[in-house]
Structures are given as C-alpha cells and as structure tokens.
Design a binder for this molecule. Sequence first.
Ligand code: SAM
Ligand code: SF4
Length: 331
Amino acid sequence: MNTKLSLKDAHNRTINYMRLAVTDRCNLRCSYCMPEEGINFLEKSAILSYEEMLRLISILNEMGLNKIRITGGEPFVRKDLIYFLQEVKRRFKLESFNITSNATLLHLYMNEIPALFSTMNISLDSLNKERFFEITRRDSFDIVIENINELIERGIKVKVNAVVMNGKNIEDLIPFVKWTKDKDIAVRFIEEMPFNGSGKNKPELLWDYRKILSHIATEFKDIQTLASPLSSTAMRYQVKGFKGEFGIIPAFSRTFCGTCNRIRITAKGELRTCLYSANGTDLLNPLRKTTDDAEIAKLIVEAVSKKEKDGFEAVNNKQKFIYESMTSIGG
Ligand code: SAM
Ligand code: SF4
C-alpha cells in the first residue's frame, strides 16, 4: 500500500479522527433524531460488514488516522458488536477509541467494557422518567440510569450528552448541572440540529450555546471555564467546588469547524467529510470490488481534499437542505 498518502484537506487540517456508524438501527425513537415509525432501515447486505470495517480502519490507520468513535444508530443493537470492538482494540494502536451509546443495553456487556473504553459518551436528555419517555418514546429510563451508575462504579469516565430542546427538557438543564456536584461526570448540552428524519423542521434554533449558558448562570454564580483541546467540539465549564463538569456543544452554531479533524463513515459505507454534507463518497462498493487497498486510499484522499471549510459551506453546497436522520448519518 502507498503509505505516503496522508489525510490533509485543502484548509491545511490534518484528519486523524473518524466516527464510524456500525448500524442505522436503534431501539429508541428520540424525537429529535427519528420519526416514531423509524426510517427506511438498511438491509444487512447494504451495510459494511465487520470485516469491511476492519479493512477500512486498517487503510485509514496507515494514513495517520488514529482516533475512532463508534456510533450509529445504537451500536449495541448490532449483533456481535462486542467481538468487533475487541478486535479493533487488539489490532490497532489508536490514540483514542471511544463509543457513543444510549446505554440501554450496556448491562449485557459490563464485564467486557472496562477493557475496551476508559471513557464512554452516553446520550440522556432528561433526568425525569416521564420526560425521558416523551423524548425517546421508550420506557428505558431506569436501566439507562443503572447502567450509567455501574459504569462510574467500574471506573469509566462518563460523558452524558443531552440535546437541548425548547419545550421538552429545558427544566432539566439546572438538575443536570446539579448532578455534577458530587458525581465525577461530564454533562454536555448539545444544540439541537435539524437532522430528525422528518423533513419538516426548519433549521432554526431557539436555544443556542449563549442562551444555554446564560440560563445555567441564573442558578450557578461561580462558573469557571476549563481548557479544551483545539479540535474539541465542546466548550467546557465547571461550577466552583463541583466534582464533575458541564459543557456545551454548539452543533448548530458550528463555532468549532475551523479546527475540524473529523470524517464520518455512515452505516452504508459512505464517507462524509462534514455532518452537514448532502452526500458523500461511496466506499462500500469499492471495498467489495477491489482487493487493492491503494485504490481505496486514493478515493479517501480525494474526498478529504474536498472537505468543506465549515458546516455553512456544506449547507451552501446543497441543492436543498436535506433533513436526514442522525441515525443514518452517524452522530
Ligand atoms: N444511539 C447512540 C446515542 O444516542 O448515543 C449513538 C448515535 S446518536 C445519532 C449520536 C448522538 O447524536 C447522540 O448524542 C444524539 O443525542 C445526537 N443527536 C441525534 N440527533 C440529533 C439532533 N437532531 N441534534 C443534535 N444532536 C443529535
Ligand atoms: Fe437512537 Fe441515538 Fe437516535 Fe436516540 S439519538 S433514536 S438513541 S440513534
């Protein structure tokens, strides 16, 4: 394979981080992500097999990519995921290996998880059981909380991601921050994006990062700003004296695009250079057609060279704004 190929875009950014969606299926129906009836889920033959994903990781790893986040859909809904995760961990020397999960199935893998991840990102949008049900349309609150507590007990650093939704969970913002008082946990509030698979919502935002922070500041007077790595998507804060921290991810305001080091691989094997791109580069068919890794690497280099400057440019490149579900893009 041609090891000279590297992952640099036209804006002088080095791409070393991939979010890999291992499925588009999910056992929850979060209203901001998917319609109640779900979406047109892909057939098994239309998604990358574990072998194909391992080959892709190997090609990208040779090109300098050394950070991977597994996502979906709900990753643990895919059969035998745990063996795939163990294989990735065993085969590749990665600077970071992480996963984003809704935590509904983690109790099934508690013994295996600590050897795989030191940090886990868990999506939880409410600390109230009824509101959790209204948002996710499933009765899984108790098991999610139990699993989060068990992860912490086992020494795993938990980052909770909560999408901030007008009229749905604003009353949770303050309790979430209070939660960080005695718990070494990071709660990160995410601006809601229009990727809900409905095609209906207008891309407008009522709770942006400034409004979220000023709402929290009405309750907590001593908020300190913490340092974040350059490529980080989260602004980090801590209430003075609290054990944990909170953060805000301006996913819709897109203030972090300038230092973006990410690509996404969707469940159907499409490389997306931006979350806001209209479509991407098909890698599934090339992976099935050729055994020559250099050919795949060339396709990746070409796609990365066209990576959008930011999420606004990606939207401008579209003929019309497409309201896909995050579950098919890979969150
Ligand atoms: N099922 C897993 C989970 O929920 O953690 C992984 C996939 S999910 C698509 C990844 C992340 O995307 C979650 O943190 C979720 O809250 C976020 N997400 C989904 N739809 C979103 C939207 N419309 N706006 C902002 N974040 C969204
Ligand atoms: Fe499923 Fe995650 Fe989407 Fe919720 S946000 S429906 S848990 S994929």
